[in-house]
Write a protein that binds this ligand. Sequence first.
Ligand code: ADP
Length: 211
Amino acid sequence: MTGLFFSFDGIDGVGKSTQMELFCDWLRDNGHEVVQCRDPGGTQLGEALREIILHQHDMPVCTAAEMLLYMASRAQLVAEVIGPALAAGKTIVSDRFLVSNVAYQGHAGGVDVDAVWAVGAVATDGVHPDLTLVLDMPVERAASRLIGDLDRIESRGVDFLNRVREGFLLEAKRAPDRIAVLDAARDIESIQADIRVVAERVIDARGEARA
Ligand code: ADP
């Protein structure tokens, strides 16, 4: 028995956390045993690495090292949390996963994109989301939602974030069955309704495969 794995991705401010909470409530209402996690994080090692990656701004970290720190956190998350939960038939919902590294350090940061996927395959032991929900909207509008939340306003600038956004869109084009793009510049309920429609397809397909 293998559970289902969903991830939410996209730049900061697009509504990942907001949509993820509503989505998990819906899954639970529909009988899923849900395990929520965040990447980076979710384990003792992962939370320590998250602190370094996201908050130690005065520590020099080159892009390749940054990518590998994310990968180390993710490897531990898969080994300790995601793998066992999937094996127990639970439904995993992760705030970000490997495609975020591909978009940020790969497409936007200049690390070879195929290399990021390849290191990711080692880190995750091949475990990947059944469905990635990429929430998409213009960078400036996403940033304006974060006004006052200085901690989370990314310092790398609009050009960088536009390249991240394009990276997500390109990856979704390459794997439309596994990566869905949702217009996030709408009201919360409309976005959530669309998320449930695409997720339901994946859930139903799994049910039919088992029947
Ligand atoms: P993320 O996790 O992607 O960074 P959040 O879910 O934390 O985004 O949302 C960022 C901010 O935008 C929060 O203040 C949230 O309340 C607000 N927000 C989320 N979704 C919407 C929406 N559809 N319309 C307007 N504001 C939103």
